[in-house]
Ligand binder design. Structure first.
Ligand code: ASP
Length: 430
């Protein structure tokens, strides 16, 4: 990750403002941007993200079925779901309330006078009824094909419950899924081999063109969001974790490192699911019966980092357009942002689409998004890192309080860090 950022910064130095460096060679002109940024970095980076995303649907489906049918008592599911959803909503509400208070205090939009350069097409906020209806698939294969995670989760839960209730036939099917789970986890391990190159290429490409200097008026906005994200990740989460579980939060943060790097470089909680799931189970000791449910659920409905950006952005845009927000407006923002996050998946840039819904609810001009879009890429990366940290923390809390947790693994520094040796030789022999 660091090598990628340094390489990108260096390339930016020699090719400022999106320019190219062309080196005339004997037979042809060599374009540094064309070869590296638009070539190698783009290709490897995108292949890396695609291969992570490729794993998400099969992994979630199979491991969630294994998780559900291994729960001794399936009525526990309701309680686990309630706890997870309650915690997800609570942390999101805390995040956005804190972000808005901070933004009101710093006033990043005061005195900023700028015309928005980009137009932004808004979308209507889905109604709560629609969100609930949409969770249930009418065609599970369509849900797989579209990667609609909430629908995949619901289908897998029902399927798992049915397996658990089907006696011997259920046991036979469960065995197949347990074996499949092994195979898919192995596939995750195989693809993790390209992760360092993928992360390097994504970040090198990105940092070639991103520059803090061009932020100008938006620097204060950027810093407020960034600071709020840091506080939420490094103070609020550790405090919640300590209070609700008594576990040492430093161990948690240390074990989150890898997952954070993935989230940061892919900007997608969804694509990071395979890594988050591994971290929660192998490094932190939460049983798969809990993590296979709460991790994908969190990646879909829990977006604290995104809520923070939305809180600050709403205050910023209101200030730029000289609109006074009432207390009711604030409560409305908190409510809409929290609910909007349920219906939208964790993919890059989705936070801005949700922001459009929030702005509309309180009558702020949606064009305001055009003002902040320029600095959103870096913030997207950072808030995704916060989002996955929140997912993992809630998973840990639910696992610990349900007794589906092994403390020895949590305390073991080395747990889950051994790189699995993959022996390709016998494949060749075959
Ligand atoms: N990229 C974020 C995520 O995947 C969502 C967003 O804020 O745009 O969690």
């Amino acid at each position: 990750m660091i090598a990628g950022i340094v390489t990108g910064a260096f390339l930016q130095l020699i090719m400022p403002n999106g320019s190219d460096l062309v080196i005339p060679l004997y037979l042809f002109d060599f374009s540094v941007r064309g070869f590296f940024v638009d070539g190698v970095f783009e290709v490897i980076g995108q292949i890396f993200v695609a291969s992570l995303r490729m794993l998400v649907v099969p992994l979630v489906f199979v491991s969630l079925i294994c998780g559900t049918c291994s729960l001794k008592d399936t009525s526990k599911l309701g309680r686990i779901g309630g706890k997870a959803i309650g915690l997800y909503l609570m942390t999101t509400a805390i995040a956005i309330s804190f972000a808005m208070s901070l933004a009101l205090f710093v006033s990043p939009g005061e005195g900023v006078n700028m015309a928005s350069e980009t137009t932004f097409a808004s979308k209507e906020a889905p109604s709560l009824a629609q969100v609930l209806i949409n969770m249930f698939p009418s065609n599970p294969f369509a849900s797989f094909a579209q990667g609609n995670m909430l629908q995949v989760i619901i289908f897998a839960l029902l399927f798992g419950i049915a397996i658990a209730l089907s006696g011997q036939a259920g046991e036979r099917v469960a065995k197949i899924f347990t074996d499949m789970n092994e195979v898919i986890m192995r596939l995750v391990a195989i693809l993790m081999n390209i992760a360092p190159y993928g992360v390097f290429c994504l970040l090198a490409g990105l940092f070639t063109d991103v520059s803090l200097k061009t932020f100008g008026n938006l620097l204060v906005y950027f810093l407020v969001v960034f600071f709020a994200l840091l506080v939420h990740g490094l103070v609020t989460y550790p405090v919640i974790l300590k209070v609700l579980t008594g576990l040492n939060p430093l161990v948690f943060l240390k074990k989150m490192r890898n997952t954070i790097v993935f989230a940061f470089s892919t900007s997608s909680s969804n694509a990071t699911i395979p890594v988050t799931l591994e971290t929660a189970t192998k490094k932190m000791g939460v049983k798969n019966s809990i993590a296979s449910f709460t991790v994908p659920l969190g990646a879909t409905i829990n977006m604290d980092g995104t809520a923070i950006m939305q809180g600050v952005a709403t205050v910023f845009i209101a200030q730029v357009f000289n609109v006074d927000l009432s207390i009711t407006d604030f409560l409305m923002v908190i409510l809409t942002a929290t609910l909007a996050s349920i219906g939208t998946a964790g993919v890059p840039g989705v936070g801005l689409i949700m922001l459009a819904m929030v702005l509309e609810q309180v009558g702020l001009p949606v064009e305001g998004i055009g003002l902040i879009i320029g600095v959103d890429r870096l913030l997207d990366m950072t808030r995704t890192a916060v989002n996955v940290t929140g997912d993992t923390m809630v998973t840990l809390i639910v696992g610990k309080t349900e007794g589906e947790f092994e403390k020895d693994i949590y305390l073991d520094d080395k747990a889950g860090t051994q790189i699995e040796e993959i022996d390709f030789h016998h494949l060749k022999e075959q």
